[in-house]
Design a protein around this ligand. Structure first.
Ligand code: DGT
Ligand code: MG
Ligand code: MG
Ligand code: MG
Ligand code: MG
Length: 269
């Protein structure tokens, strides 16, 4: 077909191809979720409904889009790792980023009611996205470790901060003052001596965040079988093995996880 004289404007499109063989990471983060959490009465410091909704959206992203090998989420953020050799949309960064962000945001609204039964969604939430390339397995593992360390540091701080307010009646300013300059050991000590909380017994979803990995699961479905008339109404169960993104709340920083899931970083990926 002949080209129109307008066709040249295509050349104005920037090339945003992600460098070959690098891990492509898309990280999303809720826009102004400080306000969003307040307006929707999120429990402090952790709202399990909100975290589970985030994970549902991330599972939807992994199921709907191509080539995501692992995802990690905490607070109002989720990171998605595309396989090194992915050639999805010719590795265009803008495609990866916008497809992840839009699929995630629409899922957040779509599934809201399943998690917040008594809390109406008051306004449409947004998510920012960025793409970062990691050239080696080590840098990718360090990236995920960084996000999980961030989860740990924030969650330990928030757990003590809100215990001081909710259980000891401190104001936020007083709680902040109390925690100024404290180290990890000090915070653990305050939790234990003042609130009888052993931080290590706090829910792993709060302490570790959520890792999504593909796992084979047997799914059983019941079907109305096409049987002779005298057996009408009998049900037949079908078991199918499917790959699903399964949530884990485990440590990503040590080697154990990567030894248990060697396929994630495999070269063929
Ligand atoms: P941003 O990302 O720059 O647009 O602004 P924010 O406000 O989203 O800031 P960010 O992403 O650094 O921090 C996440 C906020 O979300 C933080 O203020 C606490 C809130 N948030 C996330 N998860 C929970 C939760 O489970 N419970 C409560 N109460 N708040 C949460
Ligand atoms: Mg945010
Ligand atoms: Mg921020
Ligand atoms: Mg955030
Ligand atoms: Mg189109």
């Amino acid at each position: 077909m002949a080209k129109s004289k307008f066709e040249y404007v295509r050349d104005f499109e920037a090339d945003d191809t992600c460098l070959q063989h690098c891990w492509v990471v898309v990280r999303l983060d809720g826009r102004n979720f400080h306000r969003f959490a307040e307006k929707h009465s999120f429990a402090k410091p952790n709202d399990s409904r909100a975290l589970q909704l985030m994970t549902k959206c991330a599972q939807t992203v992994m199921e709907e889009l191509e080539d995501i090998v692992i995802a990690y989420g905490q607070s109002d953020e989720y990171s998605f790792v595309f396989r090194r050799k992915s050639n999805w949309f010719k590795r265009r960064a803008s495609k990866f980023m916008t497809l992840v962000a839009s699929q995630f945001a629409s899922s957040y609204v779509f599934y809201w009611r399943d998690y917040f039964e008594d809390q109406p969604l008051l306004y449409p939430p947004g998510f920012d996205g960025r793409v970062v390339l990691y050239p080696s397995n080590q840098t990718l593992k360090d990236y995920l470790s960084w996000r999980q360390a961030d989860c740990h540091i924030n969650n330990l701080y928030n757990t003590v901060f809100w215990a001081l307010i909710q259980q000891s009646g401190l104001t936020p300013v007083q709680a902040q003052e109390r925690l100024k300059g404290t180290l990890t050991a000090d915070k653990n000590e305050i939790l234990f001596s003042q609130f009888q909380i052993n931080y290590n017994n706090e829910p792993p979803m709060y302490r570790k965040g959520t890792v999504l990995v593909w796992q084979k699961v047997d799914e059983v479905s019941t079907q109305e079988a096409r049987l002779p008339a005298e057996m009408e109404g009998e049900k037949k169960t079908l078991t199918r093995t499917r790959n699903r993104p399964i949530p884990l709340h485990c440590d990503l920083i040590g080697d154990a996880f990567w030894k248990e899931h060697p396929d994630i970083l495999m070269e063929e990926n």
